[in-house]
Write a protein that binds this ligand. Structure first.
Ligand code: NAP
Length: 343
């Protein structure tokens, strides 16, 4: 491997480690760190959850007592922090432990850090290389970057569609499109993303729970758009088992896990501000077609995830929304194909 390939290789390891924190670190970023010497891993770590040690601290702890060898390189996918948050600055820790070479994927846009961590390291004589796998690192931390730079969550539109492109029956009758592996994947997403939103007709027709019941303990916030508060209280989404927000035109109140939130005529800013305050940096819009289309029309859609059945062909129905995106990831499941696009 030449030097560039070597850097890419170890940075990819950082990204793989960082991704393990998905669902736990919000509002913090996903970060992995690997300390490498003579093409061997001396130690590695990742940020597990908000409030817990940063990736660099985890890696240095894993290395044990003593200094980082002078011929070792520290790889980390985000600029080490330079401020006192819930934990002391990682840039200072790296200096104290004698780091002499650091490779970073990207700068941290968080105002307290933004370039200051890299500057401190450089001024202290550390050899710093940045920009390694920057595009991949940016994609991995898209939720965090959206919250920090746009004050709004990363918005993912998700739907299931038949092989011929339909996502709902015209009569409103609930028809299952996806197979069991896609269901499992959806519950995994529910453990990874901050909130899941549906329109009121989906609650009426499908009565979804919107909880994660198949993948660990983590639950997203459930959000229902019910402008005139027409949904009956016995719908499953109001069962008080998880935090639930009811976006409506006029009423604001809280009862147990249920929070009614009045948006007047400004749904998107009210929703995004509430999520920002809640420290939640990603929103999945699960449908139906009208709600998905409103997000698309608003321009507040960043990513699309489609679970396309290999087996179901309906010949008619309500078509899935049309869009122009860049295909990012694909996955073949038993009964379905998964397509992930960025917009
Ligand atoms: N294949 C899939 O992945 C999938 C997923 C979910 C649902 N579905 C299917 O989709 C069908 C229901 O979809 P649908 O399109 O009829 O309804 P829907 O999207 O579930 O609900 C639409 C209603 O929600 C409210 N709403 C949504 N977004 C809003 C916004 N930005 N601002 C204000 N109000 C908003 C509006 O209520 P008002 O009319 O009161 O203004 C709107 O009419 C069901 O048959 C269900 O089975 C399929």
């Amino acid at each position: 491997m030449d030097k560039r390939d070597t850097h890419d290789f170890w940075m990819q390891r950082c990204l793989t480690l960082a991704a393990r924190g998905l669902g736990g670190t919000a509002p913090n970023p996903l970060v992995g760190c690997v300390i490498v010497r003579n093409e061997c891993i001396l130690a590695e770590g990742w940020h597990h959850r908000a409030g817990e040690p940063h990736a660099e601290v985890e890696a240095i702890r894993a290395m044990g007592e003593g200094q980082i060898p002078s011929d070792a390189t520290v790889y980390v996918n985000l600029e080490p922090c330079a401020h006192f948050g819930k934990t002391p600055p990682c840039a200072n820790l790296l200096l104290e432990r004698g780091a002499s070479r650091i490779v970073v994927a990207m700068q941290d846009p968080f105002p307290d850090v933004h370039g200051k961590g890299l500057e401190l390291l450089r001024q202290s004589g550390v050899h710093v290389l940045t920009g390694v796998l920057e595009a991949e690192a940016t994609w991995l931390n898209r939720r965090f970057l959206s919250a920090v730079t746009r004050n709004r969550p990363w918005v993912i539109l998700k739907w299931a569609e038949t092989a011929d492109g339909y996502m709902a029956d015209e009569s409103g009758i609930r028809r299952q499109i996806s197979g069991p592996s896609a269901q499992l994947l959806l519950h995994r997403w529910r453990s990874e993303e901050g909130a899941f939103l549906v329109g009121k007709n989906t609650v009426i027709h499908d009565n979804p729970l919107l909880t994660n019941r198949l993948y660990g303990e983590k639950q997203p916030v459930r959000i229902v758009v019910d402008p005139k508060l027409e949904l009956p209280a016995y719908m499953s989404v109001f069962n008080n088992q998880a935090q639930t927000w009811v976006l409506n035109e006029a009423v604001s109140r809280i009862s147990g896990n249920l929070r009614w939130m009045a948006y007047g005529h400004n749904l998107f800013p009210v929703l995004f501000d509430a999520m920002h305050e809640d420290g939640s940096n990603s929103l999945v819009v699960e449908g139906g077609p009208v709600t998905l289309q409103r997000f698309l029309n608003s321009g507040y859609a960043d990513e699309i995830r489609i679970l396309r059945s290999k087996k179901q062909r309906w010949g008619s129905g309500i078509p899935a929304p049309a869009f122009h995106g860049t295909l990012r990831e694909t996955q073949a499941l038993h009964d379905d194909d998964v397509f992930i696009y960025s917009l």
